[in-house]
Ligand binder design. Structure first.
Ligand code: SAM
Length: 263
């Protein structure tokens, strides 16, 4: 499993992907790792489902935050009216530039200076960022993004190490046994909810992804798809998924109800 970050006091996650060659390494990782390829195939389906459900008949103005090599941007750029990707890493963006055809790509840190203001976007995505960002970066990022979200817009993000997943708990246990001083980042569903609430957002729907990921046991793509197909329909299992995707909007509902999609 690619360990993308650690919460250490002197290094911020914002610097973790800046070294030469990181973009190519990340791209390669997605091509060779079975579990990540499986998650990506599910993420694509879910993101397209979310577009159908929340944006039917609407023009979409996309901001893909921490767009990296343009994985999410490339899925969406031809489905939206305007497409913008922002990231701090030149190395990651170099790969994105080679891949994206009609997206504006911006190298900037909007948590330090929100250069995108006063623009607004009705779809903001942030994948594989919040789990590994340190707490202060998580909060400044989500607040900066909320400032860029239209009143009727949606913010979609994922958590690829959900603490509710038994496999993530197991991996965390093995990691700590092997390396007691190391840090294995995990995030619970409650932390996801609290984070968005601190920015004045609320989660309206959670799409569970990834249920069967025993460490070091190769599981075929087909078996994983079959398990996900069944597990996603069983609402009580959703908290156990490894990499849930959350759909958020500006807060309206004070009772905190979250609907879980059964697809
Ligand atoms: C694991 S990559 C995810 C890339 C892409 N979203 C994806 O899902 O494939 C995390 C990205 O977050 C970026 N990042 C970290 N801090 C950032 C910040 N303050 N502003 C924008 N991007 C940031 C890193 O440069 C890196 O490209």
């Amino acid at each position: 499993m690619l360990c993308e970050s650690k919460f250490v006091t002197d290094i911020s996650y914002r610097d973790s992907h800046k070294y030469a060659g990181k973009g190519a390494e990340y791209e390669q990782y997605y091509q060779t790792q079975g579990w990540e390829r499986f998650l990506w195939s599910r993420e694509q389906e879910i993101i397209l489902k979310i577009l159908d459900k929340y944006f039917a008949g609407r023009d979409i103005h996309l901001l893909d935050f921490a767009c990296g090599t343009g994985r999410i941007t490339s899925l969406l750029e031809n489905l939206v009216k305007t497409s913008t990707g922002v990231d701090v890493s030149g190395s990651m963006l170099a790969v994105a530039r080679g891949k994206l055809e009609r997206s504006e790509i911006i190298e900037a840190d909007i948590t330090a200076e929100n250069v995108l203001k006063p623009r607004k976007f009705n779809l903001i995505t942030a994948f594989r960022f919040f789990l590994n960002a340190e707490p202060h970066l998580r909060l400044t990022a989500i607040r900066a993004l909320t400032e860029l979200l239209t009143d009727d817009g949606y913010f979609i993000f994922n958590n690829h190490h959900n603490l509710g997943s038994p496999w993530i708990k197991l991996l965390e246990y093995f990691h700590q046994k092997r390396n007691p001083d190391g840090i294995f980042n995990v995030m619970s569903m409650n932390e996801m909810k609290n984070l968005v609430e601190m920015a004045g957002l609320e989660i309206v729907e959670i799409y569970p992804i990834g249920f069967f990921h025993p460490p070091k046991v190769p599981v075929s793509y087909r078996l994983n798809r079959a398990i996900d197909n069944v597990a996603c329909r069983l609402k009580f299992l959703s908290g156990f998924s490894e990499s849930p995707v959350a759909v958020c909007r500006r807060s309206k509902n004070q009772n905190g109800d979250v609907s879980v999609s059964r697809e």
